[in-house]
Design a protein around this ligand. Structure first.
Ligand SMILES: Cc1cc2nc3c(=O)[nH]c(=O)nc-3n(C[C@H](O)[C@H](O)[C@H](O)COP(=O)(O)O)c2cc1C
Length: 377
């Protein structure tokens, strides 16, 4: 073991110096600023796509084009701010009506990684060279919350594309945002990340042999310190995806009010909500969520049904609008998604400082583990 460095993460021919992925955070929380800062610090920076076009002037008249253009611009801005060799990804949610556009645009722009979550990515856009996915510059990583989901995705890709995803993110129930669990599973130890991570690794193993490639499994959800990273890497993860910690950085693309919601929240303020997407979600409670839970129905105009499954005529509020308001700091009209550990955030630091702290904490455990009674082993 090299006791000077965290082990690099290898995804195909790509080497990521720091095995940390900054998870995609919508709406507008991880855009080019945060993404490039993480890539420059040696990790993988990820642009979130939900609602990305909302800041374009023609979003209400031409939403599909506005979203494509906005994503293209963010990718180009992120690349321009990232040093040579820095790794940029995009997070595309399967639940979005424009999933195909987002995937195609990311591939066209040559992003290094595509993370496919919020639903099972069983079908890629027909416009991609589906029989030659391995020739693309972009690598694919589905986000799953169970071994069963991993099995379904890997089987579908094998059958349809004769290809196995290049990496997998296993997201446990302590994550922020939408969760891939039923409410009653969230606190059940059978669904804890420590339990589902090894199960997913077991599902992926035979595909590594069959496709003669290594398929790293990355752990996500509630990972807060370098010691946590070490623990999940000992359980077989080759890297981690973290989001909550990246919100409290200067470079994060959210407003100061959004970041302050993290600084000021207490453990009991972090709650599970029923999102109009049809999934539970973890968020910081505030006036907006209190109003909704008391039965108030917000009036809003839906420009284009951005979520495939949204019953926009009957949902109590528009989640895209609520999250956009929160991004802008208008928390009376929305709420901040947050991971279960958000209450531990006590200050805003730079991405570089955060990564250095995580590496230091990781190394402290690694060094301790490599000695017994002070004697190196
Ligand atoms: C503010 C916020 C927004 C998020 N938005 C997305 C998203 O748009 N797409 C997605 O796949 N995951 C989203 N997530 C989940 C994260 O990317 C990540 O996997 C998870 O939060 C990791 O757990 P952690 O926050 O405890 O580190 C979001 C999380 C947060 C905190």
């Amino acid at each position: 073991m090299n006791l000077n460095k965290m082990p690099a993460l290898r995804i195909g021919d790509m080497e990521v110096e720091i095995p940390i992925v900054q998870g995609g955070m919508g709406v507008g929380i991880s855009l080019s600023n945060l993404t490039s800062a993480v890539a420059n610090a040696g990790g993988i920076g990820v642009i979130a796509t939900p609602g990305i076009g909302q800041f374009e002037s023609d979003y209400h008249t031409n939403p599909r084009e506005a979203n494509k253009r906005a994503l293209q611009n963010e990718i180009r801005k992120a690349k321009a701010k990232t040093k040579a060799g820095g790794i940029i990804g995009v997070n595309a949610m399967v639940a979005l009506s424009n999933f195909d556009d987002l995937v195609q645009c990311s591939v066209d722009e040559g992003v290094n990684m595509l993370f496919l979550g919020a639903g099972l990515p069983l079908g890629l856009p027909e416009t991609l060279p589906l029989d030659r996915l391995g020739e693309l510059a972009t690598k694919f990583a589905p986000i799953v919350s169970s071994a069963r989901a991993a099995k379904i995705v890997f089987r579908a890709w094998q059958k349809r594309y004769n290809y196995a995803p290049d990496a997998v993110v296993v997201e446990g129930p302590l994550a922020g945002g939408h969760l891939g669990f039923r409410k009653d599973q969230i606190d059940n130890p059978d669904f804890a990340l420590e339990k589902i991570l090894p199960e997913v690794i077991t599902v992926v193993k035979p595909y590594e042999e069959q496709f003669n490639k290594s398929i790293p499994v990355l752990a996500a959800g509630g990972i807060y310190t370098g010691a946590d990273i070490h623990r999940f890497m000992e359980l077989g993860a080759q890297g981690v995806q973290m989001s909550t910690r990246f919100v409290a950085t200067y470079e994060c693309d959210a407003s100061m009010e959004f970041k302050e919601a993290y600084l000021h929240c207490k453990k009991e303020d972090i709650v599970i909500i029923d999102s109009p997407v049809g999934l539970p979600g973890r968020a910081i409670r505030g006036k907006f969520l209190e109003r909704i839970s008391s039965g108030v129905k917000e009036t809003f105009k839906c420009p284009w049904k951005c979520l495939k499954s949204c019953d926009f005529k009957n949902v109590p509020y528009c989640i895209a609008l609520a999250l956009t308001n929160a991004k802008k700091g208008k928390l009376e009209g929305g709420f901040a998604f947050a991971g279960a550990n958000a209450y531990r955030v006590d200050k805003i630091i730079s991405v570089k400082e955060l990564i250095e702290m995580l590496v230091e904490e990781y190394m402290a455990v690694a060094v301790q583990r490599s000695t017994i009674g002070g004697v190196p082993i």
